[in-house]
Design a protein around this ligand. Structure first.
Ligand code: SAH
Ligand code: SF4
Ligand code: F3S
Length: 485
């Protein structure tokens, strides 16, 4: 079950993995205000939630700080997706121990999925923690912080069927001023047997589309040029304007509702200069209507994150993904037919799931050969307490086998990423400039519609500009090019 050390290797391999990044708040500019330091782990939804939390606490007079030593309140927005994700947070809490002994008045809070999974138990396990607040209870944070300051530990892990924080305007943290995330729904109603998210995030609920469009419009007015619509399963987005229709909508008794394809159109119409991305698509729910909508609007990006998890139908059934290999291949074929071969496709894959045989692992490799993903996030199975798999199937693939299979799919993916990138050499793409390249100050970087990072000489360009770039060279991770006059 424990795979802490091994998983760290994988993070090294999977440099762009969404689940290992850590970001901290930027320095605020007001003096004398109480200082908030917030650190986020896990998926983009968590990063997006930290922006909501910051907004809630700013209204209470808090300012943000980039240095936890300066903070009055330290919050860790945590992830439970794999054992290693929780271990990272526990290690971080140990580091804060030293600070707490020097400065006992500092309030330390755990937010997010680990807070939800462990609830008050976390206060027992991690003595320095003063606050435990789940993802649907952030409006309660000001009261809970006050309570903690008065010496009483605060816990709220109530999961809501309604909360979407639709009215809260997120404070953009660590922003490049060009790209931003917008949460369009919360929770997950799928029960993938390996996954802890339905337990930590609660039932799925969609956010009022008007508030989503208003947020996109506001970002555009402030100079942003790309929004990514976020949800665990964006294709099941559903909204009825008619009050009290919620229950009927859940039972599929209402035909007149806004689905994800409609929402994409609404956001795309904010401006042709606003790029629209989205994540994550679920293979069981992605419709041809969504694919036609992507094809129709130039500013909806040609990139789909379509996690397969496995290429074998028996394993997919054990995973309770509710599609099989043929269904998945049918969806990939539909993407290539309706949007075209240049549409970027990426995946998440899990190796060594309960009882996976060598032949079944080969099926994952052969699915990869079929699709030729541009990119994948790859993991080996980590048993999570309380999930269907933990209850029903022994975690019986030994760690060396899990790691060897993972290494095989990582190598395969690197080959495919390079192959897909090489096909782009000689082509010209419209790129949105996101900032200076990480490698050199004389170069800028941005992405094309298919989500590929392109590096090119700076010229007279600045962040937020669109530019045509002809690709001249590549690695497996990056395209290099030159501006086309
Ligand atoms: N909603 C998304 C996934 C969110 S979790 C979807 O359905 O695709 C991100 C990824 O973490 C998953 O796609 C899966 O590949 C991986 N993951 C989730 N639980 C895991 C576990 N117990 N062990 C290993 N990887 C896991
Ligand atoms: Fe987890 Fe499955 Fe929901 Fe994704 S769709 S969050 S993998 S339960
Ligand atoms: Fe992690 Fe929770 Fe996201 S478990 S991946 S932070 S929904």
């Amino acid at each position: 079950m424990e795979n802490v050390i091994a998983d760290i290797d994988i993070v090294e391999e999977n440099k762009r993995t969404e689940n290992c990044e850590v970001r901290i708040t930027k320095e605020g500019n007001r003096l004398a205000a109480k200082k908030l330091y917030i650190e986020s782990y896990g998926c983009q939804m968590n990063f997006s939630d930290s922006e909501i939390v910051t907004s809630i606490l700013q209204k209470e007079g808090f300012d943000t700080t980039a240095s936890f030593e300066q903070a009055d309140v330290i919050l860790l927005n945590t992830c439970s997706i794999r054992e290693k994700a929780e271990q990272t947070v526990r290690n971080r809490l140990t580091q804060f121990n030293a600070l707490k002994s020097k400065k006992p008045e500092v309030t330390i809070g755990v937010l997010g999925c680990m807070a939800e999974r462990l609830k008050a138990k976390l206060l027992e396990e991690e003595k320095i923690v003063d606050l435990v607040v789940g993802p649907d209870a952030y409006r309660d944070l000001p009261a809970l912080v006050k309570q903690a300051e008065d010496g009483e530990k605060g816990v709220n892990t109530f999961l809501s069927r309604e909360e979407t924080y639709a009215d809260i305007s997120p404070v953009r943290l660590n922003s490049n001023g060009v790209t931003a995330f917008i949460s369009i729904m919360r929770g997950c109603d799928n029960m993938c047997s390996f996954c802890v998210v339905p337990f930590t995030r609660g039932r799925e609920r969609s956010r009022d589309p008007q508030s989503i469009v208003a947020e996109a419009q506001d970002l555009f007015n402030r100079g942003y040029r790309e929004v990514t619509l976020l949800g665990q399963n964006v294709d099941s987005y559903k909204w009825s304007a008619v009050e009290n229709n919620k229950a009927r909508l859940e039972k599929n008794e209402v035909n007149d509702y806004i689905n994800f394809a409609h929402l994409l159109k609404m956001v795309a119409k904010v401006s042709p200069s606003l790029r629209v991305r989205f994540s994550t698509s679920h293979p069981k729910d992605i419709t041809d209507e969504v694919l036609h909508t992507i094809a129709k609007y130039d500013n909806i990006c040609n990139y789909i994150h379509l996690p397969a998890q496995s290429g074998n139908s028996r394993v997919l059934e054990l995973m309770n993904r509710t599609y099989d290999r043929e269904w998945y291949i049918n969806r990939v074929d539909a993407i290539r037919r309706i949007i075209g071969d240049e549409c970027g496709i990426s995946s998440d894959m899990i190796t060594g799931f309960c009882s996976e045989t060598e032949e079944e692992h080969q099926d994952t490799l052969s699915l990869m050969n079929y699709v030729k993903y541009d990119f994948s996030y790859m993991f080996f199975y980590s048993e999570r307490p309380g999930t269907l798999a933990a209850k029903n199937y022994p975690d019986d693939i030994d760690l060396p086998t899990k790691k060897r299979r993972l290494q095989e799919i990582i190598s395969k993916q690197q080959g495919h990423s390079l192959e897909r990138n090489k096909k782009d050499i000689g082509k010209t793409f419209k790129v949105l400039v996101e900032g200076v390249s990480k490698r050199s100050n004389d170069h800028l970087q941005g992405r094309n519609s298919a989500n590929k990072v392109i590096v090119f000489a700076k010229g007279e360009l600045k962040k937020g500009d669109y530019v045509d770039v002809k690709v001249t060279d590549c690695t497996a991770a990056t395209l290099f090019g030159e501006q086309v006059a």
